[in-house]
Design a protein around this ligand. Structure first.
Ligand code: 1OR
Ligand code: 1OR
Length: 376
């Protein structure tokens, strides 16, 4: 009967796969416009496929993790094969709030180790003291042996882990893509975006992890972490230099940023000072000025999507210039020097090239090299 055959419409596997991967990338990246993103995504996919073929695509074709151009967008989650179609996700509407969080009693010694391990966890940065205590209470210790699988790609997310010790390797489709050495965290993505595990994580050595269950993660951390990644997403996508980072690395950068505002005329950086971090401009403009014969000369103006304060961090020298807020309130995202060193390695070459530019400009403006980059 015809009604029978109409019920048997088959959705081709390839279509399912492509749409699933697109949806996951979309949800992870949260671009402002679905159509624009789709055009960009599929154009890229088309350009990247080796040849036109309708046969089975090996997932590796579509993944090519580390070998891509710096600016490719939709890579990150492309390997998730197992379904669980992540529905459009709004953490504000999310209500996982079901009673008290678990408390795992700890000895003083354990608690001290835990506090030490979470010290640099960026996701915890914006927590209030009370929330931080809840987080510490809810974490439990897990010992691992070499070869143990902590997370398997495609599984549903149960825990999120902070590393106290041990080396952990990350694989996507059996390809080694990342390594954690005795520090860091993993397993947050599946809990944050309500999606299957993006990668497999395996212990290379014995080690110690601090785990937090899904409920606690979602109750205490989800909204703040999600909001922050979302808030800085547009900014980070608009800074050309950061195209050298993978999407996942940009998310980690978002966790590390701290917002700061300055009124027009306020000094943000003083020439000659020691450096504690760098800035990305979210809104407004700044004026870069250099001391010259007892006066300050403006050498540059910078606006939205640009950055400054990197020079002293790269050269380990005092600030080469002063920077002032100009024209209305200036909103900046500050990255401290520790996070800079940990997270911006892949951008170092680009920054160094820009610094070479400063030097040639310096010669043009002042007629001589002012020692902005010479190391003593
Ligand atoms: P999860 O809950 O999805 C696997 O479980 C974890 O591996 C994941 O959270 C991250 O915490 C961690 N892309 C995706 N996940 C990664 C990556 C990664 N590295 C570590 N994890 N990439 C590596 C970036 C240097 C991007 C690969 C394209
Ligand atoms: P910083 O950490 O030394 C001052 O603090 C910042 O001003 C510096 O990092 C740069 O990010 C930014 N020469 C030196 N620093 C500059 C320059 C610059 N422009 C912006 N900064 N020049 C201007 C080139 C158009 C060359 C000097 C004439």
């Amino acid at each position: 009967m015809s009604s029978d055959s109409s019920r048997r419409i088959q959705v081709p596997e390839e279509l399912k796969e492509v749409l699933l991967q697109f949806s996951i990338s979309f949800l992870v990246e949260q671009p402002p416009d679905v159509i624009d993103y789709a055009v960009e995504y599929f154009t890229k996919l088309q350009a990247e496929r080796p040849s036109v073929s309708h046969t089975d695509h090996s997932t590796d074709d579509q993944l090519s993790v580390n070998s891509q151009d710096a600016d490719e967008p939709p890579v990150m989650a492309s390997s998730r094969r197992k379904s669980v179609f992540a529905e459009a996700y709004d953490p504000e509407a999310d209500d996982d709030d079901d009673g008290a969080t678990a408390v795992f009693p700890k000895t003083d010694e354990q608690r001290a180790r835990l506090v030490e391990s979470v010290k640099n966890v960026l996701l915890f940065r914006s927590l209030e003291k009370e929330q931080m205590n809840q987080v510490l209470d809810a974490m439990f210790e897990r010992k691992v042996q070499p070869g143990d699988y902590i997370i398997r790609q495609g599984d549903d997310g149960d825990n999120f882990y902070v590393i106290e010790s041990g080396v952990y390797k990350v694989f996507i489709n059996d390809k080694h893509i990342n390594t954690y050495n005795h520090t860091g965290l993993f397993g947050e993505l599946a809990l944050l975006y309500n999606m299957p595990r993006a990668a497999t994580v395996q212990a290379e050595t014995s080690g110690l992890l601090w785990a937090m269950d899904r409920q606690t993660f979602r109750r205490i951390l989800l909204k703040s972490a999600f909001r922050k990644r979302k808030m800085y997403e547009e900014l980070l996508n608009s800074v050309p230099m950061l195209k050298a980072l993978q999407n996942y690395e940009r998310m980690n950068l978002a966790d590390a940023l701290v917002s700061k505002s300055y009124d027009s005329g306020e000094r943000i950086i003083k020439q000659g000072d020691a450096a504690d971090g760098m800035y990305f401009i979210e809104e407004g403009t700044v004026s870069v000025r250099m001391d010259q014969d007892d006066a300050e000369v403006e050498i540059s103006q910078l606006g939205k999507g640009q950055y400054f304060g990197e020079l002293a961090l790269v050269t380990h020298r005092p600030r080469a210039a002063s920077v002032y807020a100009t024209g209305g309130v200036v909103k900046l995202a500050f990255l401290d020097v520790k996070a800079f060193e940990r997270l911006l390695g892949p951008c170092m070459d680009i920054m160094k090239r820009n610094i070479d530019d400063y030097e040639s400009q310096l010669v043009k403006i002042f007629g001589s090299k002012n020692n902005i980059t010479d190391t003593r």
